[in-house]
Design a protein around this ligand. Structure first.
Ligand code: MF3
Ligand code: CO
Ligand code: CO
Length: 269
């Protein structure tokens, strides 16, 4: 646990000060602006490695630092997860094909604060099943965000996401979760995208964390490839994810990673 004063709950969750929200807004906005600016570059024929190279440049242009380069040996400024890749896809030379759907996940550090967000993109033509998956995943994230207020619990967030996704006959990935963040990348709690009302820690004003549900068209099981990063659906079904970094306010939620251009969903330009 890092210690710069302030309070930490018995679950190890840091309670931030009112003045800390401004730092998270600045970091979150830079990450969201990069996701806006990359949209026109997501086209058939483009490689995910080139998209990541552009993101690396954008991070520098903002005077920010990539949180992922050097994180546990990871070497890129983004994770790019195409089609049946659930998360942590490694950018590389493979070109996008018409109809590919992909999540781009960027985390930056600005003045010591972490901004972590991801969205779905499509290269070319969006297929009907993929469109429904992406819409359900976006709406699932927003149902989770709407459950954020003091007095609710992390189980309420997970339940809001899981019950909606399963009502749409899709499945929530269990193997990866959201996380506390702030002046660190990954902190308590684990923010599960499934759960039961009233379970887990109680939300308090000043908690900062991500909500980042991964939703599969098929079964929820995943496996990690031999590169030790790329997580894929075991049944090879399509997977989608959206992520916001949020803070708990006195009466609700503050979303730090709103798209400056209104491009969070749909992500097109
Ligand atoms: N941004 C991811 C998250 O949402 C973490 C990526 S870690 C990396 O928590 F090393 F794979 F980049
Ligand atoms: Co995250
Ligand atoms: Co992320």
């Amino acid at each position: 646990m890092y210690d710069n004063g302030g309070r930490v709950t018995r679950e190890g969750i840091r309670i931030h000060e009112p003045g800390d929200f401004a730092g998270m807004h600045k970091a979150g906005r830079v990450a969201a602006q990069i996701l806006d600016d990359i949209a026109p570059h997501v086209v058939p024929g483009q490689s995910t490695g080139e998209i990541d190279r552009l993101i690396t440049e954008m991070v520098a242009t903002h005077g920010a630092t990539s949180a992922t380069i050097g994180y546990r040996g990871y070497q890129h400024a983004s994770c790019i997860s195409v089609n049946h890749v659930v998360c942590h896809g490694i950018p590389g030379p493979k070109a996008l094909k018409d109809g590919d759907i992909l999540n781009i996940d960027v985390t930056v550090i600005v003045d010591g604060w972490f901004g972590d967000t991801s969205r779905m993109y499509v290269a070319g033509t969006l297929g009907r099943k993929a469109e429904r998956l992406i819409q359900v995943t976006h709406d699932a994230l927003m149902k989770g965000v709407e459950a954020v207020r003091p007095g609710n619990t992390f189980g309420d967030i997970g339940h809001a996401i899981q019950s909606f996704v399963e009502s749409q006959r899709m499945s929530v990935v269990r193997d990866f979760c959201g996380h506390g963040l702030g002046r660190v990348f990954h902190a308590p709690p684990n923010v599960l995208h499934y759960g039961r009302p009233g379970r887990e820690a109680v939300l308090e004003e000043g908690m900062f964390f991500t909500i980042e549900p991964m939703v599969n068209l098929g079964r929820p099981e995943t496996k990690v490839l031999a590169d030790d990063w790329t997580a894929v659906t075991r049944d090879k079904s399509l997977s989608a994810q959206f992520e916001h970094s949020v803070g708990v306010t006195a009466d609700g939620v503050d979303v730090f990673t709103l798209s400056p251009g209104g491009l969070f969903y749909p992500t097109r330009r």
